[in-house]
Write a protein that binds this ligand. Structure first.
Ligand code: NOJ
Length: 487
């Protein structure tokens, strides 16, 4: 069982470690890399989708929810991964994609040919004004001229969740993976499953026609009955804290990502506001937030904030009540790679003609070993790895006590014994500085441009700090420090 305050390591499987030399990360590679995950000190791994898929959206277009794509391996390789993870005390979280399927899914193939499976999708004689998240209309045409809905790419037709067959099929999918030993699910586009049956246009006020509608919560209550109380589930839902935290109710998914932090500027006041709003919204439903500093959909945190602040933000979020999801590569402090347009793979930027951000830069394969080939694959990596990334390689960082990896490693080792109390109380602090107390431990974040003498803020012993070269008596600008109070 994965605790609701666990640290979960998000593996973008394509880019973690390639076991067969085809340039794409896979399950054998991930299994081989598990010891490195254990050394880092996290509690569980979340795998981005590895199901059978034509990869139009890198696996978020699923053609068979109960099969592994040959690109990543097979069910035997999956079972071996789960066994190896459990043997090392790591939980395994699958990525579930319920909002849409691939246009190659047998249901949609039959629907396109005019079969009764059409009722499993949103097929209409006329489109409405709904927009795709990847740009343009959310409607495309079937060969006979009817229109089908896709909130993402045209290769990702949306399912109609009012259909019992859709609901039953997903319950079978949940059982299938639970029987194979999976410990949790990250739920893709969690807020999108229920659509307005009258397909009304987007209007101010009242429920949105396809985001976070009241009916969607009924779906997750039915899932929780299948999952039982112990299986972790986390909602990928973007929106105001009270709306997203609603998915974290105990009889629903139990956890929801606190994405707002990704859009919060580097200011003590703004960070405090976001943290307070998330904690309040979650507490109102009896839950704690799932904090994130990055994922495969946004620019890497080291690029958004710069390397020092990125590491300080990690320590800050790891000190808060709740869970933390660590995006693979952020423990190495990787920045976004500058992927040349001719190498772009992301449907979001290709479909929008570059108008929407390119997500490839945050998805580039990880550097394992210093040296020219960086150890991810013996073949050609699916996205080019910058030559300079040898300097970020895991082997080099594990050997350097001042590296990003080592800072996080020490913090992860100290985390659960230090932060035992769920309450967070802010203490008086100079402008630009946050001092948060949880029982006998204190987190200090210096978002100002001046060093701050530690003794003036809080007495105690430093347990972890994000700047290994800092003067021990101060909290440097852009630094986060953990203190065991009272000494
Ligand atoms: C969210 C996923 O994280 C993203 O990568 C994907 O493109 C969309 N959902 C659609 O499934």
């Amino acid at each position: 069982m994965i605790s609701r305050t666990a640290v979960v390591y998000q593996v973008y499987v394509r880019s973690f470690l390639d076991g067969d030399g085809d340039g794409v990360g896979d399950l054998t590679g991930l299994t081989a890399g598990l010891d490195a995950v254990v050394r880092l000190g996290v509690d569980a791994v979340w795998l981005t989708p590895v199901y059978r898929s034509p990869q139009a959206d890198h696996g978020y277009d699923v053609a068979d929810h109960r099969a592994i794509d040959p690109l990543f391996g097979d069910l035997d390789a999956f079972d071996a991964l789960v066994a190896a993870a459990h043997a090392r005390g790591l939980g395994v979280v699958m990525d579930l994609v319920p909002n849409h399927v691939s246009d190659q899914h047998p249901w949609f193939v039959a629907a396109r040919a005019g079969g009764p499976e059409r009722e499993l999708f949103h097929v209409r004689a006329q489109p409405n004004g709904w927009r795709s998240m990847f740009g343009g209309s959310a409607w495309s045409r079937l060969p006979d001229g009817a229109w089908y809905l896709h909130l993402f790419a045209p290769e990702q037709p949306d399912l109609d969740w009012s259909q019992p067959r859709v609901q039953e099929d997903f319950a079978s999918t949940l059982r299938f993976w639970l029987d194979r030993g999976v410990d949790g699910f990250r739920v893709d586009v969690a807020g999108g499953l229920a659509k307005d049956p009258s397909y009304g246009e987007v209007r101010r006020g009242g429920p949105h026609p396809h985001w976070d509608r009241p009916e969607v919560h009924e779906i997750y209550r039915s899932w929780r009955r299948v999952l039982g109380p112990d299986v972790l589930a986390v909602a990928e839902a973007w929106g105001p804290p009270d709306r997203t935290a609603a998915f974290a109710r105990a009889d629903e998914l139990g956890q929801a990502f606190a994405f707002e932090i990704l859009r919060t500027p580097w200011s003590a006041a703004a960070l405090r506001r976001t943290v307070d709003a998330q904690l309040a919204a979650h507490r109102a439903v009896g839950a704690l937030p799932a904090w994130v500093a990055g994922n495969h959909d946004v620019a890497r945190v080291a690029t958004r904030l710069g390397p020092e602040r990125a590491l300080a933000l990690h320590l800050f979020l790891l000190a808060l009540p709740g869970a933390f999801y660590l995006y693979a590569g952020d423990e190495l402090g990787l920045p976004d790679a500058d992927v040349p347009p001719e190498a772009w793979q992301d449907p979001q930027s290709l479909r929008s003609g570059g108008r929407l951000p390119n997500r490839d830069g945050a998805r580039v394969p990880l550097p394992w070993t210093s040296g020219e080939r960086v150890g991810f694959t013996t073949g050609e990596p699916w996205l080019p790895v910058p030559a300079a990334w040898s300097g970020y390689a895991r082997d080099r960082q594990e050997a350097d006590p001042a590296s990003t990896w080592s800072v996080l490693h020490r913090a992860l080792a100290a985390r659960s014994a230090l932060w035992t109390v769920d309450d967070l109380a802010w203490e008086p602090a100079p402008p630009g500085v946050l001092v948060g107390r949880r029982g006998g431990a204190v987190v200090v974040l210096n978002a100002s441009s001046r060093p701050c003498p530690l003794a003036r803020l809080t007495p105690g012993a430093v347990v972890a700090r994000s700047d290994s070269h800092a003067d021990p008596a101060v909290v440097s600008p852009s630094e986060c420090v953990w203190v065991r109070a009272g000494a």
